[in-house]
Each structure stands twice: as C-alpha cells, then as structure tokens.
Design a protein around this ligand. Structure first.
Ligand code: ATP
Ligand code: MG
Length: 285
C-alpha cells in the first residue's frame, strides 16, 4: 500500500510541535533513536527527519510528498511547492533591526547600508520593490551579533519576543513579514497520495477547529433561554435539555477563548448557574 511521505524538522523549534500535530491527528510515531526515517504505526505514513532548510527542495522533487516548516523558509527557498494549510504554531515575524542608539528615520535609513541576514532572497526582493539599494551580507546563523562585530549596520532576522535583539544592543526598526508553520505539498501527487493528504487535512482541520474553543454547559431558568441562545450560537445552535427541576433547562454550547470571560459574565448576569467549561479535543463541522 502507498504511504504518504512527510518531511518534518529533525531537531529545532518546529520538531516537537510537528510531532504533536501528528499525534493529535491520531498518528502514532515513535522515533526514540532519532533515525532519519520512520514509519507511522497506524497510518500509511513515512516520516523523514530533515533540516528545515532542505524541506522545500525535498518536497519540490517529490522525495517527500508533504512537509511541515515555517513560511519564512518556504518564501526564502522559492521552490515550486503548494502551501496547503496554515498550522497556527511557531508564529514569528521577520524584522529589520538596528543598533539601539541609532535614530530610525524610516526605510530610507537603510539606503546604502549593510544588512546581515539568513534570508537574502526575501530581503533582496523587499528592498528591490521599494527601490532602495542595500548591501546584503548572507550569514548562516547568529545574525544578531553582526552589528556588534562590525560586519553590518543592521540585521534582518526572525523576532518573536524581541529579547535577543535587546541582549545584543539592537532595536526593531521595521516588521517586514509575519510567518507561521505551514503544511506544504509536492505539485503532482498521485491520486492515492492525494487521498491520504485529504485524510490528514481533515484531521488537522478538526484539531485546529477545536483549538481556542471550549464546551460550556450551564443551567438556566426557561424564561431567559432566548437571551442565552442569542449569546451562545454554538455550532448550529445550542442543545437545550429540560432539568428534572420544573422551569429550568440545561444548555450546552461552544464558545471561543477570546471572548470567554465576557460571555461567562453575561451568562451569570442573565441568571445562569452551575456553569461548566470543558476543553474540546477535536471539532468536526
Ligand atoms: P535547522 O537545523 O533545521 O535548519 P534552524 O536553526 O534553521 O533549524 P529553528 O531555529 O529551529 O531553525 O527554527 C525553525 C523555524 O521555527 C523557523 O524557520 C521559524 O519559522 C520558526 N521560529 C524560529 N524562531 C522562532 C521563534 N523565536 N519563535 C517562534 N518561531 C520561531
Ligand atoms: Mg534551518
């Protein structure tokens, strides 16, 4: 039987999250001894553990059918692959940073300046489109030290909290792009592999839908049910079950984490009691 080959990062910031996503999709992977390749136990899948830089090329060539990596690497490598789904983790931004004591005057500040980066293609394209000429110094890593040692006037790198910049006497001048982990695929999958990708995507979407949402159960006097239903639309509409206690009902629905506390406050004000909030593992719409 055909197996779908997925490339994930061998060791780094994406490794654990990528394996966790597969686990959440019910796919059992054991890679105790960190081999290059392993087979899932309960899904027709082979997992290849690679450096994230190499994943776009492997997927373009079809050595791997699909892969998980940061959008930043997809953009930088410019390989012919399809971005199938955003995965919602490893969010970061690609920013220009300059020494703290400098006065930043806007993008023109960078005219003629030397900028160190591991993303020369993304950066080159950005400044070309702006019509600003800069000198790009390509580095494999530790870009943040480039200004301190006199290699560059500024840097272009991944930022998440900004603490690395501060530690190196830098400040963020401009955010150029925002990136997150994505699932990419080879351009010409066979029908059998496409089918497996669809199965995987179905599971990924169910997992993503459940993220950031809670299941809520509460008791309320029947008189206020219309107000509560308006507040808790649920997936289709909330379930309402009569309580043994005359004139009361139990309401079941789904709410988003984002407006969680506001909704709970409102429910209490309306007369809801015994509110239970339960995490959702998967959600199939
Ligand atoms: P490899 O050895 O596989 O080439 P790497 O050193 O290039 O690894 P990592 O630092 O492990 O890469 O980062 C992998 C990806 O995780 C990045 O390409 C980016 O998409 C994302 N990422 C990097 N830094 C952060 C961060 N601070 N916060 C969130 N996501 C990040
Ligand atoms: Mg890398």
């Amino acid at each position: 039987m055909d197996k779908i080959k997925i490339a994930i990062q061998k060791s780094g910031r994406l490794s654990e999250k990528s394996l966790e996503l597969l686990t959440e999709c019910g796919i059992k992977v054991s890679n105790g001894d960190r081999k290059l390749k392993t087979t899932a136990r309960n899904f027709p899948m082979e997992i290849l553990f690679l450096r994230d830089d190499d994943i776009p090329q492997y997927v373009e060539q079809g050595v791997a059918d699909i892969g998980i990596l940061g959008e930043n690497e997809v953009w930088e490598k410019e390989k012919d692959v399809t971005v199938v789904e955003k995965l919602g983790f490893s969010n970061c931004r690609l920013s220009l940073a300059i020494p703290r004591e400098e006065v930043y005057t806007g993008l023109d500040y960078f005219r003629g300046k030397r900028i160190a980066t591991s993303y020369p293609k993304i950066l080159g394209k950005f400044f070309r489109e702006k019509g600003i000429e800069v000198k790009i110094e390509e580095l494999g890593g530790s870009v943040e030290i480039a200004t301190g040692i006199g290699l560059a006037d500024g840097i272009f790198d991944i930022v998440s909290t900004g603490s690395t910049l501060i530690m190196n006497g830098l400040k963020e001048a401009e955010t150029i792009l925002r990136s997150e982990a994505v699932l990419i695929s080879h351009k010409n999958l066979t029908p059998a592999i496409s089918l497996l990708l669809d199965q995987l995507l179905f599971r990924i979407k169910a997992y993503k839908e459940g993220q950031g949402k809670k299941y809520v159960l509460l008791n309320a006097p029947n008189a206020v049910l219309p107000d509560i239903v308006r507040l808790l639309p649920g997936m289709r509409s909330p379930s309402i079950l009569p309580l043994a206690d005359e004139g009361w009902s139990s309401v079941h629905s789904v709410i988003c984490d984002d407006d969680f506390w506001e909704v709970i406050d409102e429910l209490k004000r309306m007369g809801a009691e015994g509110i239970l909030v339960i995490p959702i593992e998967k959600m199939i719409l």
